[in-house]
Design a protein around this ligand. Structure first.
Ligand code: C2E
Ligand code: MG
Ligand code: MG
Length: 591
């Protein structure tokens, strides 16, 4: 160890009377006071000279680094221990060259060999002439804080249940891999664990968690060490395979699925799950989000094929399909982003020509595609499960609009609003309470809300549909069978469910005056409705001849372009006279 006797340099300020006179007059001398400050400071204070020799090393510095003052003061610091080797010389040199206060955080080696994290401020100490004669170091041990920070980062990037990376951790890790990779090939496989909901429902959430943990463990064992495994959410996991040639992706993904297996033993019970997976070959997708999106598309396609399937999306896979999946993803958030709109089409009395209500028809104002019609996105919403969200929005919005309409035109208090319900909505357990709430909130009698369903209610779960329709009926809302006559089982639906309104499909109405068979069907359908005590409404009325035929055959209400197109504002429907007709279609009280 190099030691050298060194006189305290002539530091500006020490002889200038730093201490207030009354303190100087006390029992403590100025010197004693300064010593006490240095000795008792909880912050480590060190002073070194230009050559790197220690001039001051207070007890807090002894505690931080483990080195005693006697081992440092008068000694060459870089030689004392490698704690001071690294940037030490450079920092001292920079401070001596006149840089003002330097603040930084760094790692240092404690005398006992462990690494510690320290926050350091270095201050140049100047002589009377202004030259830097020594460097004051003010240091705090921030090891604990750093550890907590690191733990918080770890938690933010990991899934609590399985300990795997979560979506954020995966994205970061993939970003690192992409930055450091030496080849353009990679693949991402998204695995969806089927039957988890059944396990949760039948065995409880703890059993479901156990399956998820076991699945995660097996997945980690099934992949190569260079692969990255993450849990995206719920029952969805991801394996990122960096540097895998495209031709090997399918076999690699299939091998992982095979190794993970489907058989689990939880709480002494045997359980079988299935894994549906989508793998995306990423030859040119640097952005992790893009790779994830492509893998989600692959998974979606696998699910459409069958449960338990693997689909590999090649780099040039079906653009139209990808667009459809993208649209589905955008649709899932369309209601929240305020992109859905309702248009209202008037329904008028065939006898008086006065408006009795309006059908609310949803549209989607897509930021890139413009106005998307329901035929394009309702089937997609049904297929992907976002129909409930869309349907909830439609229900609330239609009731809100009707209430506003009546508030603005109190005389229009008799009007009703019709909304369309998909079968999937009928099977949603939240539907009935939501309808009850929406009706209560709009403050109008429940029969002002009409719910239209098609006979497809018979296709999925007729028992459940019948229960829900009975419940809705007992709430007092009006149920209508829409597009009557277009399916095979319209009559069965009429017999089975409590409908009060029958809507004759426009395909029959359009044949009036053209196809005698259609006229016979329309006339018979109106008779059928009346025979069963239902109100008959004709859809798609476009011509005066159709209107006349329908009125002559006792059809109660009419809807179609002749009487009014769907309009964005309910008020426009009420206030404007219908085009293509001599009559002014207004609610009686407003006319
Ligand atoms: P829908 O319930 O039978 O609605 C009537 C459709 O016929 C509407 O099409 C309407 O614009 C159109 N239409 C009305 N009058 C005429 C006419 O004179 N001539 C012709 N050619 N067409 C006419 P839109 O708005 O495109 O809706 C199509 C279908 O989408 C609806 O058929 C309904 O089944 C479904 N839909 C609309 N909104 C919703 C909704 O909020 N939820 C659900 N689940 N489905 C909806
Ligand atoms: Mg309808
Ligand atoms: Mg219809």
């Amino acid at each position: 160890m190099v030691a050298r006797a060194k006189a305290m340099p002539d530091v500006h300020g020490l002889r200038e009377g730093l201490i207030r006179p009354e303190v100087r007059d006390s029992d403590l001398s100025e010197h004693q006071l300064l010593r006490a400050v240095v000795a008792q400071s909880p912050v480590a204070l060190t002073v070194v000279d230009a050559a790197g020799f220690g001039l001051l090393w207070n007890p807090a510095a002894e505690r931080v680094f483990g080195w005693k003052a006697r081992e440092v003061v008068g000694h060459h610091l870089p030689t004392v221990g490698h704690a001071f080797e690294s940037e030490h010389a450079e920092i001292v040199a920079r401070t001596f060259s006149g840089e003002p206060v330097l603040e930084f955080e760094t790692r240092r080696c404690h005398r006992d060999g462990r690494m510690i994290e320290v926050a350091i401020s270095t201050v140049p100490l100047r002589s009377h002439r202004g030259d830097v004669v020594a460097v004051l170091g003010i240091l705090r041990d921030i090891t604990k804080r750093k550890r907590i920070e690191a733990e918080l980062v770890r938690q933010a990037q990991h899934d609590e249940l399985t300990g795997l990376l979560n979506r954020r951790g995966l994205t970061e890790r993939m970003g690192e891999l992409a930055a450091g990779r030496d080849t353009t090939h990679g693949a991402l496989t998204v695995l969806n664990l089927g039957r988890l909901k059944e396990v949760n429902d039948s065995q409880g959430l703890a059993a479901g968690d156990e399956v998820l943990r076991s699945f995660a463990k097996r997945l980690v064992r099934a992949v190569r060490p260079s692969d990255v495994v993450a849990r995206l959410d719920g029952d969805t996991f991801v394996v990122a395979m960096p540097r895998i040639p495209a031709r090997n992706v399918e076999a690699a993904a299939a091998r992982v699925i095979d190794r993970v297996g489907s058989h689990y033993r939880v709480g002494g019970r045997e359980l079988d799950v299935d894994v549906t997976a989508g793998a995306a070959v990423c030859s040119d997708c640097d952005a992790p989000e893009e790779a994830l999106r492509r893998a989600a598309v692959a998974l979606h396609r696998a699910k459409l094929q069958a449960r338990g399937r693997l689909h590999v999306l090649q780099a040039d896979d079906d653009r139209a399909f990808i667009e459809r999946v993208e649209l589905a993803e955008q649709l899932a958030g369309a209601a929240e982003r305020g992109e859905l709109r309702l248009h209202f089409q008037p329904i008028v009395s065939a006898a008086s020509g006065l408006i009795t209500g309006a059908e609310a028809l949803v549209r989607w104002e897509n930021p890139t595609r413009g106005l998307v019609l329901p035929v394009e996105f309702i089937p997609l919403a049904e297929e992907t499960g976002s129909i409930s969200k869309v349907g909830c929005w439609v229900l609330d919005e239609a009731c809100r609009a009707l209430a506003g309409w009546v508030a603005a035109h109190p005389a229009a208090a008799e009007l009703s609003v019709s909304i369309n319900l998909s079968v999937a909505q009928l099977l949603d357990p939240d539907l009935v309470p939501h309808v009850a709430e929406a009706v209560a909130n709009c403050g109008l009698p429940p029969d002002h809300l009409h719910l239209e369903v098609t006979e497809s209610v018979l296709s999925t779960d007729p028992e459940a549909a019948a229960r829900v329709l009975e419940e809705l009926h007992s709430l007092g809302v009006v149920l209508a069978i829409d597009d009557f006559g277009t399916g095979n089982s319209s009559l069965t639906a009429l017999r089975r469910f409590p409908f009060q309104v029958l809507k004759v499909d426009q395909s029959f109405v359009s044949g009036i005056g053209i196809r005698p068979d259609d006229e016979t069907i329309v006339a018979a359908t109106i008779g059928l409705a009346h025979g069963l005590g239902l109100t008959a409404v004709a859809e798609g009325v476009e011509t005066e001849a159709q209107r006349e035929f329908l009125a002559d055959h006792g059809c109660d209400e009419l809807q179609g372009y002749l009487l009014g197109r769907p309009e964005p504002e309910l008020a426009a429907v009420v206030d404007s006279p219908s085009r293509g007709s001599q009559r002014v279609f207004r609610p009686s009280a407003l006319a």
